[in-house]
Ligand binder design. Sequence first.
Ligand code: HSE
Length: 415
Amino acid sequence: MADIAVLGHGVVGSGVLEVLLTHTDSITRRAKEEIRVRHILDLREFPELPYAGRFTKDFNTVLNDPEVTIVVECMGGLEPAYTFVRQCLENGKSVVTSNKELVAAKGAELLALAQRNNLNFLFEASVGGGIPIIRPISQCLAANEVSEIAGILNGTTNFILTKMIREHMGFEEALKLAQELGYAERDPSADVEGADACRKICILASLAFGTHVYPEDVHTEGITRITLEDVAYASAWGGVIKLIGQVSMLENGRIAIMVAPMFISRDSQLANVDDVFNGILVRGDATGDVVFYGKGAGKLPTASAVVADVIDCVKHMKARKYLFWEDAKPDYIEPFESITGDFFLRVQGEGSSDEAFAMAAWVLPGAARIVRREEAPGEAGLSVENITEAQLKGCIDKLEAGGVRVLDRIRISDF
Ligand code: HSE
């Protein structure tokens, strides 16, 4: 018998209970022993539930119960989750979590603490919900040198962009619809401003390269400024706009990491990852590209990943799974201004569209024109290749000094 406790009975926590109760026999078979939930920590009361008697409001009930060997943290947010998880690991309890804020901010520290105490700290559900991605990167692809990862890591923004692309819905209307359908929080800022995707790409980068990357060190752009005009230009170019979390290992030993809306070619495997789905492409030297696709959020998909970690934990009570992130050396992250890429620019001048493009092509030699239907007066779209952020910024300043406004700039992905 393995005794566990669940911290938080929200969407994910209640899903964990549901999965454990509805799949008891198969889970017992796979774990090779029965998994029993002894305590559920939540400040709310759920008298109607068949397991109502197992609720507690006092974390010490969990911490001081010697029978509890695994604690499942589904509270979300940094505190009090961080304090509770740390105390569990300090008191001989392995931890399984779905909490991406916690793993992105404290992963290295909690993995080290787990290692010191010969315990497990597992977090498959923290990225990609029900999509297996943590274990594939840390175990199944371990024979590869991973060079790059690119992913659509946020379902809320992918739903909004899909509505903008397919139904020409404006950003605000699409966001409202996402909220009505329960795909977006009442406060959607972490999603639409890219912070959620940033936490997830930081976790994947830390796993792939064994060095903890912190979200506050990563360049993050969201999708709030993306317009239907940009969507139309992406289509004329031959693709779609997606919010991409991307990390690459550079030849200089640094990583280039960012979250930004990007033009993605229709030929890319990520182009058809639509609605609330997530898609993650991992580029390994032996495997080539491997793509993971599925539901990146939601009660049962996320709970499925959590319970799989619990089973793994039960099976590895005495043999710890060694996962360890070093702390980054200074300069581990390439300065954003030095990262080279291809870009789409939308510009507008006082004269004709041809004049606006000519001016842009003079400042940006090699620029290629992209024409959309219903171009506004004086507006031109163009793409430029192989330029650093710093060089591009210099060119944009020159253009604006010459009377051509840059209405938007969007990266073009090579995935
Ligand atoms: N809002 C997030 C998403 C939830 O849509 O991906 C899962 O992290």
